[in-house]
Design a protein around this ligand. Structure first.
Ligand code: ADP
Ligand code: MG
Length: 552
């Protein structure tokens, strides 16, 4: 006989679970409550716009307040508020999201409204830091205000309140082991981290503003000051604007806003802006890449509807671009999911390849628009580009048109230019085009000079991953081989300069060669006594390219 039943979820058991495991970081309660306050404000603005709410909206803001004596933290908004029925529905039903319901109901008009909420769990994160939570709320609809109160057990009380303006105040009675959340500095830190670019102004205390001196002020008169609201956020960050509305300086200013401790200017920026097939905005910056990349702390920040989520963008941004800085913002990135899921997610894959394409296109246009400036920046950006060429085939195809190969003489060639230039003189017996390079110009300078004297081009390739890039180029290009300037292969090049006649006789050459060979006593080296220009050595010692690579 079969039986059917309903699994009974006892709420007594859920609370401790939420408290412990919902979020690993207690501090995110503030982000969640400010997100709700923001949603409430945006919803009311939306309803007013479409005529469903007949209210006068002033400059709405959210206020965060600490009352140290009462050990309470307050989050106050002027949003749409809740009626008693709505409190019953949205608050008392765990995991029922009023945000989702709103988006569903107003899906034709509200899809770009920036509503943040999603899962219907955010509010309960308050109990990670509070013993007791009060909600005092009044709906914009003409209904009495209510006061809901809950001490973290499944029992709550609900009673009339005397609040007269619409909006909601959340009061957290901070528990004794979370007292840090009553410290002004700690709250400032959190607001700066999570809420710095949220769309509704957030007030935290007051600050003193210096005013311009009146015209008739004396030199020694202090400038007048006034107390103003301390608004901690910029509700309209650069990435939410249209690229056409921004100047170069706006991008630089925003970089400073994002990374106040960064004193170097970024090299250039890339504004991301798509809404189909997924929604993504953002600004990426290329910093100077000269510093140690392993200790990079100013990383790309991921936002969702202007709420900071993380600076670990692994899996969302292709790995070679994680060295960049800036922000990306997308409501379409699933957040509360594991990283391995992220990597397999179709939308995330599309986002990642979109970013790759945009970066490649931007580099291409910088190259086309001002080649000299691009060459100047090459040293600072080459690691990212070379790394990208190695790791993403699509990027390789695009970068192949603008990646530069600098020579020891200070010229910069694209791949096609390079091959065209060297093909006539640097082809070996097997008909391969030989790309000569040095990785250390000082150490190999006599070889470099010798090759230059023969009219060969020598590339200066010194970035840490360039040997991998050479292999990649050898395998994807037809008939080329990279040969370090001190390899013996250089003698196989067909065209040699016949003008230089050695001043040594053949016997002299032979005996000199023997003496040096004996001295080295390593069979993998070849000694040649050659005609050289006056500032070079009279002989060179070479080794086959493969022997050298083997030893490395
Ligand atoms: P979510 O934001 O994902 O919908 P939450 O648990 O954060 O879920 O909040 C549950 C619901 O409670 C919200 O969807 C909203 O309807 C209501 N709510 C929470 N905070 C407020 C607020 N400050 N003003 C109005 N309604 C709120
Ligand atoms: Mg929420």
């Amino acid at each position: 006989m079969s039986q059917k039943g309903t699994i009974n979820v006892a709420v007594e058991n859920i609370f401790p679970l939420i408290k412990k495991f919902l979020y690993s970081d207690h501090e995110i309660f503030l982000r969640e409550l400010i997100s709700n306050a923001t949603d409430a404000t945006l919803k009311l603005q939306h309803l007013a716009r479409i005529g469903e709410a007949k209210v006068e909206l002033g400059e709405q803001q959210i206020e965060v307040k600490i009352d140290k004596e009462a050990k309470t933290l307050h989050i106050i908004d002027q949003g749409l508020g809740m009626t008693e029925d709505e409190v019953q529905k949205y608050i008392n039903e765990v995991a029922f999201s009023g945000a989702e319901e709103f988006l569903e109901k107003y899906k034709d008009t509200a899809k770009d409204s920036g509503i943040i909420g999603h899962f219907g769990l955010g509010f309960y994160s308050a109990f990670m830091v509070a013993d007791k939570v009060d909600i005092i709320t009044k709906s914009f609809k003409d209904e009495p205000a209510v006061h809901w109160s809950c001490d973290g057990s499944p029992n709550y009380t609900i009673e009339p309140a005397d609040k007269t303006d619409f909006g909601t105040e959340i009061v957290l009675h901070i528990s004794d082991d979370e007292l840090e959340f009553l410290e002004e500095s700690r709250i400032t830190e959190l607001l700066n981290k999570y809420n710095k670019f949220m769309p509704v102004p957030i007030k935290f205390g007051m600050k003193t503003e210096t005013l311009p001196k009146p015209d008739d002020a004396k030199e020694e008169d202090p400038a007048p000051t006034q107390e103003v609201d301390n608004i901690i956020n910029n509700p309209n960050p650069a990435w939410t604007k249209q690229p056409a509305d921004l100047e170069d300086q706006d991008y630089k200013n925003f970089y400073r806003e994002l990374y106040p401790m960064q004193f170097e200017e970024p090299l250039f920026n890339i504004h991301l802006n798509v809404d189909y097939p997924f929604n993504l905005t953002g600004i990426l910056y290329f910093p100077k890449m000269t510093q140690d990349l392993n200790v990079q702390k100013d990383r790309i920040q991921l936002y969702q509807n202007q709420v900071y989520v993380t600076d670990n963008v692994e899996g969302i941004v292709p790995e070679f671009l994680t060295m960049l800085r800036g922000v990306i913002d997308s409501p379409d990135i699933p957040l509360n999911v594991s990283r391995s899921y992220l990597q397999a997610d179709g939308a995330v894959k599309k986002i990642s390849s979109y970013i790759t394409r945009k970066v490649a296109d931007k580099l291409k246009s910088l190259f086309n628009e001002d080649r000299a400036a691009f060459e100047e920046k090459w040293n600072d950006i080459k690691i990212v580009i070379e790394y990208g060429m190695l790791s993403e085939e699509k990027f390789f195809e695009k970068a192949d048109k603008f990646a530069l190969y600098p020579t020891v003489n200070g010229s910069y060639y694209t791949w096609d230019e390079l091959i065209e230039k060297i093909k006539p003189t640097q082809t070996d017996k097997d008909d391969k085009t030989v790309v000569l390079y040095t990785s250390n110009r000082e150490a190999q300078h006599s070889y470099v000079n010798a090759a230059s004297d023969k009219g060969y081009e020598v590339l200066l390739l010194d970035s840490p991953i360039v040997s991998h890039l050479m292999q990649k180029l050898e395998s994807s290009k037809e008939n080329v081989s990279f040969v370090r300037v001190d390899a013996d292969h250089i003698d196989n090049l067909i065209k040699k300069d016949e003008d230089q006649i050695s001043k040594l006789s053949d016997e002299e050459k032979e005996s000199l060669q023997k003496t040096i060979t004996d001295t080295i006593s390593d069979a993998s080296y070849t000694v040649q006594v050659e005609a050289m220009s006056s500032d070079s050595a009279p002989f060179i010692i070479t080794q086959p390219e493969f022997m050298r690579r083997m030893k490395e």
